[in-house]
Design a protein around this ligand. Structure first.
Ligand SMILES: *Cc1c(COP(=O)(O)O)cnc(C)c1O
Length: 405
């Protein structure tokens, strides 16, 4: 369990051994920062500056610094209303036109592909790497056509897609790269194998997008999102798009959206941002404990950690059993966890290309065996900043019991 003073471990008297296990524990996390959060929210209410106020400017600047922005190499942050809008604004800012193809995974949350379709662009869904669950660069290369304009990788579960390979493909074929960083803020990727430090997720492509949905690694107490870019002109376009295509009041140069981060959420995020490295460390610590508990278990594949990426464990996701029996194994584990009152998640139970929303659109039905297989075999265990040793022990024990029977 994370605290501002370090880790409160198994014998923390404040954490009873039989404390209920949550999938995410926002209340428990809030308890550590309550005074600062309450004050920050009150300050906004008393200021009356609810939209585009100083809290938004302050947080925007703090996040850009946190992402490693320097005067010589700035990272521009454009806040908006949620992570889905961030993706939409990114596609709009790049000036993509109906019919332009965007290569993206099918093993992701609906938002990634939804916005491509919403703008009448053509989503081309490709398979993921079976170890990392992120977009397979070879599949991307095979999917490139003269209509391809952008690649939209998702840094799934908190680990970066292979940005070295994807950026190289993009450079070779003149494509934009949009990084969906909704699950991976604070994750890094080493561009060269020998690099001593990685680059921040969301700052390597043409535009990065993120979400501040409450359960994300940097969560607000409501909706929020942002775009990142190193391109000042693109940042300006993104700012306009998120504000009705306007730079100057009642002058609208382009069609935009009404998508703003509100001041109360910005103030909350401003309190949480300095804790984010600690929060991610607490998630990694919980993941290490799970890994150790599953070490001897042959029927469980624990999350693969790419040497080049710093995994921030938005989810701790297991792959169960084998291709032949994985679905059955997952049913057994899910049933046992449910019976014991232990929460779990299945991200995602159905590939996006099989969703009803994508039927009848004339999209080519892709053949994505890895994606299909993962949707049947993955299960995500409770993962948050307040997970005690007793929690991980209880969860792992329950998973193992279900696999034995
Ligand atoms: C959460 C999420 C989004 C959307 O973010 P919202 O803030 O909920 O709109 C997009 N992509 C991925 C991969 C996500 O996990």
């Amino acid at each position: 369990m994370w605290s501002p003073h370090g880790y409160l471990r198994i014998n923390d008297p404040a954490m009873p051994q039989d404390a209920p296990i949550h999938m995410v524990d926002l209340k428990g996390q809030y308890a550590h920062i309550q005074k600062d959060i309450d004050q920050a929210v009150l300050d906004v209410i008393r200021s009356g500056a609810f939209i585009q106020g100083p809290a938004v400017k302050g947080f925007t600047k703090a996040l850009s610094d946190w992402l490693g922005s320097t005067e010589a190499d700035p990272v521009h942050v454009v806040p908006c209303a949620n992570g889905t809008d961030a993706l939409q604004a990114a596609l709009m800012a790049l000036g993509l036109q109906p019919g332009d193809e965007v290569i993206t995974p099918s093993f992701t949350y609906i938002a990634t592909v939804e916005v491509i379709q919403l703008l009448r662009l053509t989503p081309v869904m490709v398979d993921v790497d079976p170890r990392t669950f992120t977009m397979d660069p070879m599949a991307v290369e095979a999917a490139i056509t003269p209509h391809t304009k952008a690649i939209l990788p998702v840094h799934l579960y908190g680990q970066c897609a292979d940005m070295t390979a994807l950026n190289r493909l993009a450079a070779d074929h003149g494509l934009f790269v949009i990084e969906d960083t909704a699950q991976a803020i604070g994750s890094t990727w080493k561009m060269e194998a020998g690099d001593s430090e990685g680059m921040m997720a969301g700052t390597m492509g043409t535009i990065g997008t993120t979400s501040f949905f409450p359960s994300k690694n940097l969560g607000a107490y409501g909706d929020g999102g942002a775009c990142f870019t190193r391109d000042a002109a693109l940042a300006e376009r993104l700012r306009m798009i998120c504000n009705h295509g306007s730079r100057q009041r009642y002058e609208h140069e382009m069609i935009g959206m009404n998508s703003r981060l509100d001041s109360i959420q910005a103030a909350i995020l401003g309190v949480k941002l300095p804790q984010l490295h600690g929060y991610n460390a607490a998630r990694r610590d919980a993941a290490d404990r799970y890994d150790a508990l599953f070490k001897e278990e042959a029927l469980v594949e624990t999350p693969f950690r790419h040497l080049r990426s710093h995994h921030v464990f938005h989810q701790y996701t297991l792959v169960l059993g084998s291709v032949g029996d994985g679905a059955e194994r997952r049913d057994a584990v899910a049933a046992h966890l449910t019976q014991l009152g232990i929460p779990f998640g299945i991200y995602y139970p159905k590939p996006i290309h099989s969703q009803g929303a994508f039927m009848g659109l004339g999209l080519a039905k892709p053949d994505l065996p890895v994606t299909e297989d993962l949707t049947r075999r993955v299960i995500s265990l409770p993962m948050h900043t307040e997970l005690s040793d007793a929690h991980t022990l209880k969860v792992a024990k329950a998973v193992r019991e279900a696999l034995l029977s």
